[in-house]
Design a protein. Sequence first.
Length: 727
Amino acid sequence: MARSLPAAGSLAALSLAAALLTAAPAPAAHAASAALPTGFATVVNAASGKCLDAKAAGTANGTAVQQYACNGTTAQQWSLTATSDGYVRIGNRNDTNQVVDVSDVSTADNATVHLWTYGGGANQQWLPVDEGGGAYHFVNRNSGKCLDDPAASTADGVQFVQYTCNGTAAQRFQVTPVSQNPDDPDLGPNVLLFDPSMSSATIQSRLDTVFKQQETNQFGSQRYAVLFKPGTYSADVNVGFYTQVLGLGLTPDAVNVNGAVHAEADWFQGNATQNFWRGAENLSVTPKNGGDRWAVSQAAAYRRMHLRGNLALDDGGWSSGGYLADSKIDGQVNSGSQQQWLTRNSQLGSWTGSNWNMVFVGSQGVPGTSFPSPPHTTVAQSPVTREKPFLYVDGSGKYQVFVPSTRTGSTGTSWASGSPAGTSLPLGQFYVVKPGATAAQINAALAAGQNLLVTPGVYHLDQTLKVTRPDTVVLGLGLATFVPDNGVTAMSVADVDGVKIAGLLFDAGTTSSKTLVEVGPAGSTASHAADPTSLHDVYFRVGGAGVGKAATSLVVNSDDVIGDHMWIWRADHGSGVGWTSNTADTGLIVNGDGVTMYGLFVEHFQKYQTIWNGNGGRTYFYQNEMPYDPPNQSAWTNGSTQGYAAYKVADSVTSHQAYGLGSYCYFNVNPSVVAARAIEAPDNANVRFTSMVTVSLGGTGTISHVINNTGGPSNAGSNVADLKNYP
């Protein structure tokens, strides 16, 4: 973390045939449709997050079919009854013979839609074209045009129209059964599972209970996952420590929260620099007051979200870094006091704010590069990405894990056109790890070819978890935590294709481990470019919750690995913290070639923070703090060099790229300590750095140079030093 300064009827089950979809005068659709709900359903527009509604609960001919905030009334419940050739009539629950009808049998754009007694007319029949994950667009049989929210309005009372099909969110509707009662799996004692049929009061009470416990519980052992099944909710979801809030839809718009999903810093007087270890994922949010807040620092991903409003990234006090990915923010993002931030593969209405380093990669609606004034660094495309795997409930109520495909040269979200590309794995292919599970049991499941779904809890390991099968998925919920005992390595991954590790915290044990996680054994050489291993929201901690020790937290030996948001932290506060207590040399060592990191946070290690030995490496956003606690210069000297660099590229490396790097010092034990440089790299035209900054926080200590012997200093006289490019 940063010690920061203030900064500026009944339904027929349908399966639409591929031929019908191909013939539909609509954008490209899936080859076959999932079954529509067989009971009443809500129909929610993806652009507005509001429900298809019969105005004033009317049942008379001519009653406007409008959008309105979802409220659970029968005016917002619809039957989709088969007519012929895959078409349906959409009847309102208050009188199912009153159906959605295009007025005056019009074929024109913007012709209004209302209720009318069903008479079999083509203007009363709609082809539901599956877009995946319970989302559809509806094509009128008479006109060939789509049901549409005019101008993608978010206002209550806007009457729906028909319009030429264009594939936008204004024409996409999430169809959700009013009551879902699937055979829910046992996900352990620390998972809260909400269904739209539950009362808002019940849901809110449970949310408030968890938050009250977790608001200040920075180093506690409690872990929670809060899961929302597809549907619409009214809730104020305040997210505390070790709490992950996520929707169970295939796209974010499958779950809409009217209210808020937010992180505040009230517990710390508005200072968000210790708002760690939490997450919001795969939800759409319609904020009551036009905006929401995600005031966090490290290990607090805002991922795969759709916010229909503005987003603030601070709470009026200090804040120090965060990660926004695969998300759509309809309004403006205001970074406020955030010192550094990464926005990856997202779509924003706009962005305002900057302090030291704001980085945008593969995103839309973001500022262009202007570093250092203001310090915005923009990379148009993400070279290679895979989004984080996630749990969801399919249209039949079955639980699956979706594993997104890799993308190359990408911009914007993975779900912009509906359901993303990827593969669904049934939950039956997973060993569900619950509190009390042993390392031997987990390894037996892995050896039997199962994936892992790790439910919230703290798991002590007396042996290394060994991931050896290609394409294994290890997915944690609710900041599930592995603690290696007796100095073992917590997890090793073989040099195989396509392993996905996600949503886990590795917490060092009291006996020092050589490594906490190893991806590929030493000397790995196989190419994995076609199916890379990836790590998503994977966090490491040495100390803080108690004495912890580990020489190196993460070693990447395999080629082509993707890192997608990692915080690797030697604790600077909490329990068991001190120069000779929570000992840890290095945060990250990369030996593999072609490794790509997005959102890499490495802090407070006692030697090099990051060592990069592989060729063809790429880093997009690097945030670092040097150790706070060297007792004197002699205790922190590398040969004849003062201190250790935060980012070390080995002399043997001939190609490397890094964008948006920040390194800060705060030598509070001995302010006379000096770091000779923040970045150390060979002088080679193909080893390139863009947008670098060093900061002496409050002038407490010195970083003499930004990179090698260039740039700087940052010290009591000049806190901030910027460097655009090197060489």
